[in-house]
Design a protein around this ligand. Structure first.
Ligand SMILES: Cc1cc2nc3c(=O)[nH]c(=O)nc-3n(C[C@H](O)[C@H](O)[C@H](O)COP(=O)(O)O)c2cc1C
Length: 185
């Protein structure tokens, strides 16, 4: 699957088959994070791979009941907690390099989507699960103080083929030279 096809075809998967995912495929998916770009190559990510059913249940307890991925986090063979070390990305000599301070969420977002696209290329499904009680999840994962968890990603073989919600047209969000100038392409 080429990159453009993968980007277009990836959808959030919230129903999973119980079929196991090979360690080889898991490794390939994790390597997609390893090779992600990051601020000054700071690589602030830390991943916790969860395959213990009890730990999955604990993490499920960190999702609000209305989260559409409540079942997915326990059904998928793996649940990957995307965590990162604070105060690295976007910082130089301890100080922030931009008005945005910590770029951890940006770097982890890129890395997470790399993971999801690599999974797609291997026929695996994923969904970003960011609506969680982050404090509770941090405790459950026994993270040290300087490491936070941002999202959970179930990983497994899809049991559904959702079409996904539609998207804005390019004309709605692409501007030329300055904001508001639109051009048909
Ligand atoms: C940062 C982020 C957090 C998300 N959090 C959740 C979540 O907590 N639960 C969920 O079911 N989907 C979550 N999603 C999935 C989005 O709802 C989904 O990507 C969006 O509706 C587009 O659908 P698609 O991924 O199928 O194209 C999240 C996506 C992103 C990028």
């Amino acid at each position: 699957m080429d990159i453009l096809e993968g980007i277009r075809a990836r959808r959030s998967i919230r129903k999973y088959k119980p079929d196991p995912v090979s360690i080889q495929d898991l490794k390939k998916v994790l390597e997609a994070v390893q090779w992600s770009p990051s601020w000054t190559n700071s690589q602030c990510w830390e991943l916790v791979v969860v395959d213990d059913p009890e730990m999955k249940l604990k993490l499920q307890g960190c999702l609000p009941l209305g989260n559409p991925s409540v079942k997915a986090v326990v059904e998928a063979p793996y649940l990957i907690a995307v965590c990162g070390k604070k105060g690295r990305s976007g910082f130089k000599k301890g100080g922030p390099m931009t008005i945005y301070g910590d770029w951890i969420a940006f770097d982890l977002g890129i890395a997470s989507e790399h993971l999801c696209l690599a999974a797609k290329a291997l026929g695996l499904g994923t969904v970003h699960v960011g609506l969680i009680d982050h404090k509770k999840a941090k405790e459950a994962l026994k993270l040290p103080d300087d490491i936070d968890v941002y999202e959970l990603i179930p990983l497994g073989y899809p049991l559904e083929e959702p079409t996904g919600p539609g998207r804005k047209s390019l004309g709605e969000f692409v501007h030329w030279n300055s904001f508001g100038n639109k051009k048909e392409i």
